[in-house]
Design a protein around this ligand. Structure first.
Ligand SMILES: Cc1ncc(COP(=O)(O)O)c(C=O)c1O
Length: 377
């Protein structure tokens, strides 16, 4: 039997998250607790800054390179395609600036009706016209409906792998293939998927991918990952620069040749502290195995769906396993008061919109957590 089918194994993993002693936490799509290993990694760095700044200063680049290699390995990417930034929102701004100048006549972005604003605001701010694709009645999206919006003015398709509200998961394998054939840049917001669904940018090419570290990657705020494929590093790359964007890093203040790799976008000495936590989180996930994580999250979310169905709940997340990941959303007319009541009883699920409750278990949750929520239905 796979070791990770054993309850005891998952219990030991759960014990690595002290925050879970505070409440029954079912909000991985919002903010996640941090594992002891990630906390220790952050602490070690703070301690070094406090006690031995010379060692901190001289190991910065090496630590950064190791973290980059860990992230790259997780996504089957090359380290030169990975930049550490702060947020997905920032990443979208960087990409919007680049594409705006790359091709000024291509000013349309295709996106999805219920995208998170991090995916859309930056483009609107830079003057792109948004072409929103409508979901099907079950909240899934057809790839054909996305492709049908393409015109000669399309600059890129910008979509989330998993929708933050409904939890609907996109068939990115098919979308990636179709966009590549048509030569349209594919920008993926994988914030609600990375850390649950295995991602392999070699098998499923994307032009760029953004992931915030504070959700399924469990590393607190302050670190996000930008994957930028070599094809996307076109004439206006890097669209923002700092002193470390130079090809030959030095103290020459005349902007000359630029580093052609993704880290050019890091614009100076970025905050390594959250990246240390992020690295440790990814190593923790890797020690479990992302396939085991995916199975566990799918088991928990499927159990949740079955229990909700027994209660006759109005589930708006698509039911087929391939059309969802860790988020399960239900509509209840009294959602606001119900979520408040849950919180009073120590169960954390969140309200989205007026009447939707979003429940998002991660691998550290268990069946009892779900039973406790269902009991209060
Ligand atoms: C799909 C998606 N993208 C991005 C974010 C957060 O973005 P940022 O890193 O800009 O805070 C969220 C937060 O809920 C999200 O659901």
């Amino acid at each position: 039997m796979n070791n990770f089918k054993k309850i005891s194994k998952w219990q030991a993993i759960r014990d690595c998250y002290p925050s879970l002693k505070q409440n029954i936490y079912l909000n991985a799509a919002g903010m996640t607790p941090m594992a002891t290993a990630s906390y220790n990694a952050g602490q070690a760095m703070l301690q070094q800054m406090h006690e031995n700044v010379r060692a901190f200063a001289t190991s910065y680049v090496e630590k950064s390179n190791i973290a980059r290699a860990v992230v790259a390995d997780f996504y089957h990417a090359d380290p030169s395609d990975i930049a550490f930034i702060n947020t997905t929102s920032l990443g979208m701004n960087i990409l919007a600036l680049q594409l705006k100048k790359d091709a000024e006549d291509k000013n349309e972005i295709i996106t999805l009706q219920d995208e998170f604003p991090s995916s859309t605001f930056a483009w609107q701010r830079q003057g792109f016209a948004m072409r929103f694709v409508e979901p099907n009645v079950d909240n899934t999206y057809n790839i054909d409906a996305i492709l049908a919006k393409i015109t000669e003015k399309t600059s890129a398709v910008v979509v989330s792998y998993v929708q933050f509200g409904t939890g609907a998961r996109l068939n990115i394998e098919s979308l990636s293939y179709e966009l590549k054939v048509r030569g349209i840049p594919f920008i993926l917001n994988a914030t609600q998927a990375a850390g649950v669904i295995p991602i392999d940018v070699k098998k499923t090419p994307v032009s760029a991918m953004l992931v915030s570290g504070n959700k399924w990657l469990m590393s607190g705020t302050g670190a996000a990952i930008l994957y930028l494929s070599p094809e996307m590093r076109t004439s206006n790359f890097p669209s923002i620069v700092g002193w470390l964007s130079a090809k030959n890093i030095g103290f020459d203040n005349r902007l000359n040749e630029l580093n052609p790799n993704a880290p050019s976008l890091e614009v100076g000495l970025y905050s390594l502290l959250p990246v240390m936590c992020l690295q440790a989180s990814i190593e923790f996930i890797q020690s479990i195995g992302i396939a085991n994580v995916y199975d566990r999250v799918t088991d928990l979310s499927s159990y949740l769906i079955t229990q909700l169905q027994k209660k006759g709940a109005n589930i708006i997340t698509p039911l087929a396993v391939e059309n969802r990941a860790g988020i399960v959303a239900v509509v209840r007319p009294d959602a606001k008061t119900w979520v408040a009541m849950l919180e009073e009883k120590g169960i954390i699920a969140v309200l989205r919109g007026e009447d939707m409750v979003r429940i998002s278990p991660h691998f550290y949750n268990n069946y009892e957590d779900i039973d406790a929520l269902i009991e209060l239905w």
